[in-house]
Design a protein around this ligand. Structure first.
Ligand SMILES: C[S@@+](CC[C@H](N)C(=O)[O-])C[C@H]1O[C@@H](n2cnc3c(N)ncnc32)[C@H](O)[C@@H]1O
Length: 315
């Protein structure tokens, strides 16, 4: 995007949950199928001890896939993974104990915007980015990618693409957030937490909110609406004592809902920016990279999930 990303707080909250991918409804554990295959292919032709950088890594989904490929090929090498959000690798290893060993192969650097990333050791053989670099300032990120690659090095990406099935999922999720907002439940509960609404008033006003959420759920199942509806119903019926004991958890839940809405807004804005400017990847050529390939990724032979592109830095 052509502006600095203002959603790092929302992404930090999301990655702190230990999720591995940014699209948990589509990919609960790590990305697989055609997406994983693409990253496996990128391990071909790398030197014995390659230096790899995963840009906008999140909780390291792509870095992990690449580390697993290197391990399977018996290659050493170094994998660095950067993201503007705060990353908690301890929490990640606890949530995914089977991955603890491979996670150790990755050097995670959180709170690091890619546009200003300066590595301590030299250039990279491979820059990887999945639903990532398009979240940066495009021109600045392209220049940084060029300067971080060794001559002959590759930039491989899977980018959001217009009309993808993921975009449909995101739009549906955004409609759910609109229902949550319309129900007023988060706003009312927040006012109670802040002390500007008494508990009896809150519980009485949540009656309408609960009804709005229940009716929306009847029309269409949705994990988000289900969660907000359940919490609203519990708060409506809870005793003063029970609710006092859960104040912190209730506050955390509201923060989670609000971070989820922010994260989704960020993804939709990036997708819309790409829709408006389909030639956005020209910035990589302008920065001095050569376009090698471009193709659509179709997951399980039916879902369009993005566009795979490879650029090289000429020798
Ligand atoms: C859609 S997520 C993708 C995460 C991961 N690559 C994946 O495929 O699941 C986008 C990520 O980009 C990060 N991000 C956004 N702007 C950034 C920037 N300027 N520099 C580094 N990371 C950034 C966000 O914090 C977020 O973690």
């Amino acid at each position: 995007m052509s502006r600095q990303n203002g959603y790092s707080k929302d992404w930090s909250a999301y990655w702190a949950s230990g999720a591995l991918t940014s699209l948990p409804q589509d990919f609960r554990a790590n990305y697989e199928g055609e997406i994983a295959e693409l990253w496996k292919d990128q391990c071909d032709g790398l030197p014995e001890a390659p230096r790899i950088l995963d840009i906008c890594t999140g909780n390291g989904a792509v870095a992990l896939l690449l580390a697993q490929c290197l391990e399977a090929a018996g290659l050493s090498g170094q994998i660095v993974a950067v993201d503007a959000a705060r990353l908690d690798t301890g929490q990640l290893a606890r949530r995914w104990p089977d991955l603890a060993g491979v996670l150790e192969r990755i050097e995670f650097i959180g709170q690091q915007p890619f546009e200003s990333f300066t590595p301590k050791d030299g250039a990279f053989d491979l820059l990887a980015s999945q639903y990532g670099i398009e979240y940066c300032d495009w021109a600045a990120a392209a220049e940084r990618a060029f300067s971080l690659l060794r001559p002959g090095g590759r930039l491989a990406m899977i980018n959001h693409a217009p009309d993808s099935s993921m975009l449909e999922t995101m739009r549906a999720e955004q409609r759910d957030y609109v229902v949550v907002d319309d129900s007023q439940a988060p706003k009312l509960i927040r006012r109670w937490l802040e002390g500007s609404l008494s508990l009896p008033d809150l519980q009485q006003r949540l009656g309408r909110a609960e009804q709005v959420l229940r009716q929306a759920l009847k029309r269409k199942p949705s994990p988000l609406l289900e969660q907000v509806w359940r919490s609203t119903a519990q708060i409506m019926r809870g005793s003063a004592r029970e609710l006092a004991a859960h104040r912190t958890a209730i506050g955390e839940f509201l923060d989670q809902v609000s971070a989820g809405a922010g994260r989704l807004e960020n993804m939709l804005r990036v997708n819309e920016a790409i829709e408006r400017q389909p030639a956005w990847t020209d910035v990589f050529v302008d920065a001095g990279l050569e376009a090698v390939s471009e193709r659509e990724i179709v997951y399980q032979g039916r879902e369009r999930v993005g566009c795979a592109r490879v650029f090289v830095r000429p020798d």
